[in-house]
Design a binder for this molecule. Structure first.
Ligand SMILES: Cc1cc2nc3c(=O)[nH]c(=O)nc-3n(C[C@H](O)[C@H](O)[C@H](O)COP(=O)(O)O)c2cc1C
Length: 152
């Protein structure tokens, strides 16, 4: 079975990581934690499809992921790339923003986003917003997206 690389940045509640893990099971999905895994473990020749994934922090994807894209732009340009994110609010806005960011590197991507628990700053005073999300519906929507783009 074809191997798929998942490069993720998920630091707050592991919302993004858990969402991915729910849908992408099996030995052909190789998870790479862009914060702590050693990039020498990646052999880009093994993959034709790559998933980039992140929470949104201060209106952007995680900085380490952004740097990964910058450093590996040439490799990514030869792959099929999709982007998956979780955020507290504004899914459609971030979808466009991420597409635009990737296009600045010449990378075309289909993008999926879903709301997820957000307890940042004052939100934590009342337990955060989007409690219990991603939920079953969100997981199902991601599954449909992954099937549609040929990553499942
Ligand atoms: C420091 C910080 C900044 C955040 N900034 C934003 C933001 O600008 N917009 C937004 O919609 N959500 C924001 N969030 C909410 C996260 O995007 C959301 O909780 C996401 O699911 C976190 O993903 P993770 O658990 O995989 O790290 C922020 C969260 C943190 C901790």
């Amino acid at each position: 079975m074809e191997k798929i690389l998942i490069v993720y940045y998920s630091i707050s509640h592991l919302n993004t990581y858990n969402l991915l893990k729910n849908n992408l099971k099996g030995d052909n999905y190789i998870f790479f934690n862009v914060i702590k895994d050693n990039q020498e473990m990646i052999n880009f020749d093994d993959f034709s499809k790559i998933i980039l994934a992140s929470g949104i922090y201060f209106n952007k994807m995680g900085e380490n992921l952004y740097n990964f894209i910058k450093i590996n732009q040439k490799e990514l340009l030869t792959k099929e790339v999709i982007f998956i994110f979780t955020s507290g609010i504004r899914i459609n806005y971030y979808k466009l923003k991420i597409k635009k960011t990737l296009l600045e590197f010449g990378i075309e991507s289909k993008t999926f986003g879903t709301k997820a628990l957000d307890t940042y700053g004052p939100l934590k005073l009342f337990g955060g917003i989007n409690k219990k999300r991603p939920n079953k519906d969100d997981i199902k929507k991601l599954e449909d997206f992954l099937l549609e783009v040929g990553f499942l």
